[in-house]
Design a protein around this ligand. Structure first.
Ligand SMILES: Nc1nc2c(ncn2[C@@H]2O[C@H](COP(=O)(O)OP(=O)(O)O)[C@@H](O)[C@H]2O)c(=O)[nH]1
Ligand SMILES: [Mg+2]
Length: 383
């Protein structure tokens, strides 16, 4: 009984709401958001600025992957195109033509591209920002939306400058100064120096931090979960967003289990657990496709190592028939440790018991996936 009271206290603390009912309502809302947050990111800039390559990198795709935005193409038909995230289709990146192009005249641009539909704008340039880029930023500002300037293809600038004996730091500083000078009439907003070939280098993590600060929490979490794992810090952020969601998932699952608890498979909502683990597994880049790509990039056989985790095997095997899934989780040693929490039978309120059990299962499984993903990062020598 004491355990149950502790759980309810923990729940109320997390929910930051007076009253159990309101806490449960808030949990339901959070779980809804976990799957249904809509995020529309607009990427704009001149032809050849590196927009499509950035759109692909943001979605964890290389240029040759199925569904990747075509890159290096001469833009003849200028159109707005949406690129949904491969595993989170509610996160969409839009490849927008620059302002002042043939089909998108400056005067009617705001109306034509439906500026209001986007959460924020990324304005890309591979050189200095153009007059049109600045004009667009002003329109975005008028519409009370945020924009972020990206100076793209930084890896190329560095390679070129190194050939002339200029150091990386000097090159980065010079480009940053030039860009800010270039954007003086906008009050010299920050400019993020990015290479879409190496998201883990240069200013991508600063860009992410700025976005996290500016976006509402639920959108910021969706963004973090959707990004490819490009660094250890990115993986940690992902882990934190999932940890935050666990209590809400456990509450909602508790509400579903209305009967006394005969055993574990009835105590927690197995379908929900399976969905949650699959989401984490994809977000951590543990699926075959992501691992193969990473393995090729860094020339290391990462895939085999990951396959040693029984939980990863269970998720990859897609055995979502409840009993089989639970059996596989049991084999992974995750459920065993929480079995003791479940009474064999009894009239303890099922919701309370289920909350504790489910929370433990979710936290343990999440920790296991995080552990494997960290090993992957170490093997790939991403920092
Ligand atoms: N080295 C390097 N090349 C890039 C980068 N981003 C884009 N490119 C190349 O620049 C060219 C134009 O890029 P693309 O994404 O098609 O530009 P868009 O017209 O703005 O969509 C392509 O050949 C890309 O491969 C980058 O970060 N580094
Ligand atoms: Mg393009």
């Amino acid at each position: 009984m004491a355990d149950q009271q502790d759980d309810v206290c923990a729940l109320l603390n997390h929910a930051d709401e007076p009253g159990l009912e309101r806490a449960i309502a808030k949990a339901r809302e959070l779980v809804d958001r976990l799957d249904n947050v809509v995020l529309n990111i607009a990427v704009t800039g001149a032809a050849g600025a590196g927009k499509s390559t950035f759109v692909n990198a943001f979605r964890g795709l290389s240029d040759t992957d199925e569904g990747a935005a075509p890159t290096g193409e001469t833009e003849t038909t200028m159109e707005i195109r949406a690129y949904p995230h491969p595993t989170m289709p509610n996160v969409k990146i839009w490849d927008l033509p620059g302002i002042g192009t043939k089909n998108f005249k400056a005067k009617t641009y705001v109306k034509d591209v439906k500026l209001q539909n986007y959460d924020f704008f990324i304005i890309v340039s591979e050189k200095r920002f153009r007059e049109y880029d600045i004009m667009l930023a002003k329109e975005i500002q008028k519409n009370k939306k945020n924009f972020y300037f990206i100076r793209s293809m930084i890896d190329q600038d560095i390679a070129n400058a190194e050939r002339r004996g200029v150091t990386e730091n000097d090159t980065l500083q010079k480009i940053k100064n030039d860009c800010q000078e270039n954007l003086r009439e906008l009050g010299s907003p920050p400019v993020f120096l990015i290479s879409s070939l190496y998201l883990g280098r240069f200013d991508f993590s600063e860009l992410l931090s700025a976005l996290e600060t500016d976006l509402p929490d639920r959108k910021s979490d969706a963004l973090v979960r959707s990004l490819p794992v490009y660094s250890r810090q990115c993986l940690e952020k992902k882990y934190n967003t999932f940890q935050k969601a666990v209590w809400a998932l456990a509450v909602v699952s508790g509400g579903i289990a209305a009967a006394p608890v005969p055993g574990l498979s009835a105590a927690c909502d197995v379908a929900m657990v399976a969905t949650f683990f699959t989401t984490c597994y994809r977000s951590f880049g543990l699926d075959d496709n992501s691992l193969t790509k990473l393995g090729m990039r860094v020339d290391k056989p990462i895939l085999q190592m990951v396959k040693e985790s029984k939980l990863v095997q269970a998720i990859a095997g897609k055995t979502f028939l409840s009993s089989q899934f639970v059996a596989r989780l049991g084999a992974a040693g995750i459920i065993e440790s929480v079995c003791s929490l479940v009474p064999v039978a009894g009239n303890i309120a099922a919701a309370g018991v289920s909350f504790a059990t489910t929370r433990s299962v979710l936290l343990e499984g999440l920790k296991e996936l995080y552990r494997v993903a960290l090993q992957v990062i170490e093997m790939a020598e991403l920092t």
